[in-house]
Design a protein around this ligand. Structure first.
Ligand code: GLC
Length: 465
């Protein structure tokens, strides 16, 4: 009898475990298949984010409708005046490419719900504005022509859809954002199920009408009683649909299903520098940091906190040094141009990338045996077995590399392929010799020119043995 009981319990446990495991799987793919699917993205490292929509006319942050609690009628003026006469995505694509960017992710729809594409499911779309054309189609054609990979950002949040229930981030949220009763009253005629259906159909539109896409960037969940999570979005169903429609697409992680296998491909630290390569369950995971030039994603005329060239290059180099990507945002104006400040910044980054992109593309975190000198950052290309040292502070002539004796084949500056002399064996002076006994000194010195080369962040390339 006792054995029988234990057996039943075991069977029950097995059943529970196996059904939960099944439920947590969205997509069947081996580790190797995933590696292969993400290979181009991991290699390319640098992409352009584009936030462009009706909020670009207000020119004071893409969240202005929420921040200023603007209702749909009052927000309509931006839609009615959306007429970007200078929109020429070929210019955007050329600028991105010259900056060294390899892919671009554009807001097909942002939180305000306006679509940059000709959706059959809404009237709140670009083709109904004075502009009148499918801006997304023009973007896709132009960027593809320049050989850049294409990504669509799609906001699951929607502030102008009549069925989207009001939550704590909605423009019409109650004054007391914790007042549960108030939400009930506000939402009595709204039905999230209908909105979910709308979203599914719209995601189908963008994934079927623009050819093969490379990235889908879904934004975002804010779980909680007055927020929204995977059940509100129908995330599991949505991602299953995405995988079916575009099996090679790469998806970010903001739908609140990070514990689902196949529910996401990379994580998205936003507007901060990670301390180290992000992990999940102890394992390093693919990641991309998204960053603005100046704090806002949409065009913000009066924003003054622009990062300088050195800081921007720092974001790129440091991301790669920890195994990640950088998605750097531009917020084009209401006339469809990339702001002159963003353009200047991109041109400067391009100057650096023209000479130094080998330390970015195909590179990743350097193996632990290599130690960066002071104020320098390492990247490493595992295919070519080359190590790159980025000097954020240019050293005074001599740089010591720890434990590098016997590992170096050749060293040069990356920007002009000029040789850097290496002193392999330093004679131990009397004291070190005395203190360390007969121990050899395994450090190596690089002898750099005194004058800093005319490169914002000079890079030394080490061909390893
Ligand atoms: C946040 C913001 C949004 C922006 C996004 C980019 O989620 O709400 O405006 O599009 O970050 O990562």
């Amino acid at each position: 009898m006792r054995n029988y009981k234990i057996l039943t319990i075991c069977l029950l446990c097995f059943f529970l475990i196996s059904t939960t495991a099944q439920e947590k799987k969205i997509w069947d793919e081996t580790k190797e298949e995933k590696e292969e699917r993400l290979a181009w993205w991991r290699n390319d490292r640098f992409g352009m984010f584009i936030h462009w929509g009706t909020y670009s006319l207000a020119a004071r942050h893409e969240h202005l409708q929420k921040r200023d609690r603007i209702n749909s009628e009052d927000y309509q003026k931006y839609f009615d005046h959306f007429n970007p006469d200078l929109y020429n995505p070929k210019e955007w694509a050329k600028l991105a490419k010259a900056a060294g960017m390899k892919y671009a992710v554009i807001t097909s729809k942002h939180h305000e719900g306006f679509t940059l594409f000709d959706s059959k499911l809404t009237e709140f779309k670009v083709t109904n504005t004075p502009y009148g054309k499918d801006a997304l189609k023009e973007f896709v054609d132009a960027f593809r022509e320049e050989g850049l990979k294409i990504g669509f950002y799609y906001s699951v949040i929607d502030w102008n859809h009549p069925e989207y229930t009001i939550d704590n981030r909605h423009p019409l949220r109650p004054i007391d954002v914790n007042d549960i009763k108030a939400y009930k009253a506000l939402n009595k005629d709204r039905d999230m199920a209908k909105y979910r259906e709308y979203m599914k159909n719209q995601v189908t539109e963008i994934l079927t009408n623009y050819g093969k896409l490379d990235i889908l960037w879904l934004d975002f969940s804010f779980p909680g009683e007055t927020g929204k999570d995977k059940d509100d979005w129908g995330s599991v169903e949505l991602v299953k649909l995405v995988r079916k429609l575009q099996p090679e697409i790469i998806i970010n992680d903001r739908l609140d299903i990070v514990d689902y296998e196949g529910g996401w491909d990379f994580t998205t630290p936003e507007q901060f520098k990670v301390e180290e390569w992000p992990r999940r369950n102890g394992k390093k995971i693919p990641w991309e940091t998204c960053q603005t030039f100046s704090g806002s994603w949409g065009y913000y005329r009066d924003e003054m906190t622009w990062k300088n060239n050195r800081q921007l290059l720092g974001l790129l180099i440091e991301s790669v040094s920890k195994g990640g990507n950088l998605l750097l945002n531009v917020g084009p104006t209401g006339r469809g141009e990339i702001d002159y400040r963003a353009e200047d910044a991109l041109v400067q980054m391009g100057d650096w990338m023209k000479y130094n992109s080998e330390s970015i593309y195909g590179c990743t975190e350097a193996p632990k045996e290599f130690k960066a000198p002071d104020n320098a950052v390492l990247t490493y290309n595992p295919t070519t077995n080359r190590l790159y040292i980025h000097f954020f502070e240019y050293p005074l002539q001599k740089v010591t590399l720890k434990d590098m004796k016997g590992k170096i084949e050749y060293v040069q500056f990356l920007h002009d392929a000029s040789e850097i002399l290496v002193q392999e064996t330093r004679k131990p002076n009397y004291m070190t010799f005395y203190l360390n006994g007969k121990k050899q000194n395994n450090d190596v010195d690089l002898i750099l020119p005194i004058a800093k080369p005319p490169v914002e962040i000079p890079v030394v390339e080490i061909f390893l043995k």
